[in-house]
Design a binder for this molecule. Structure first.
Ligand code: IMP
Ligand code: MG
Length: 180
């Protein structure tokens, strides 16, 4: 177990232990088994942040299921529509499939709010969202969050796949930005 973690000029302290993460992910896998047994669901994990969460969850999942990884690239649209999000690597056909999105953390909700309609357009049989961490406080966009491992306050966290400026993903536990 690491004690504190320094990245650039920031200090992070241990927040959620490896054991707690593992336990919550096991519980989620059990719940998903109950909800999706026989439905052959398709998991869509959003890179980069969700790679560890997705791997940990998928190992625990005792049902027949598929997983696909995508990356969301956001850019300013040329028209007044504002932000546009394209899904890179979405090769699976989601039509009539039971789809579960896997995200590391949901913050303002903007990413999913922009992306989910693109999936609905392809008429999945059902569409749910599973997140490792939910920060409800900064939410600006109303998105459904169906499965949550941890609900956390509005403080920056990293580790277990989550980054600060690209770094800090490679830990077994989750750290939180230290109070000044
Ligand atoms: P949203 O579109 O505002 O919901 O942002 C979601 C994305 O912001 C996540 O997928 C993360 O990449 C990033 N993010 C939000 N909060 C944190 C945090 O506390 N630590 C690391 N990344 C975060
Ligand atoms: Mg992310």
């Amino acid at each position: 177990m690491q004690t504190t973690l320094k990245l650039q000029d920031k200090e992070f302290v241990p927040y959620i232990s490896e054991k707690e993460i593992t336990e919550k992910i096991k519980l989620l896998a059990e719940q998903l088994k109950k909800d999706y047994e026989g439905k052959r669901p398709l998991f869509i994990a959003i890179l980069n942040g969700s790679f560890m969460f997705a791997a940990a969850l998928f190992k625990e999942l005792e049902i027949e299921a598929e997983i696909s990884f995508i990356k969301l690239a956001s850019y300013k649209g040329t028209r007044s529509t504002g932000h546009v999000i394209t899904a890179i690597g979405l090769d699976a056909d989601v039509t009539n499939r039971h789809v579960i999105i896997l995200e590391d953390i949901i913050d303002t909700g903007k990413t999913l709010y922009t992306f989910l309609p693109q999936l609905y357009n392809q008429h999945p049989a059902s569409l749910k969202v599973a997140v490792l961490l939910d920060k409800p406080e900064p939410r600006k966009f109303d998105v459904p969050v169906d499965y949550v491992c941890f609900t956390i306050p509005n403080k920056f966290v990293l580790g277990f796949g989550l980054d600060f400026d690209g770094f800090g993903r490679n830990t077994k536990e989750i750290f939180q930005l230290k109070e000044e």
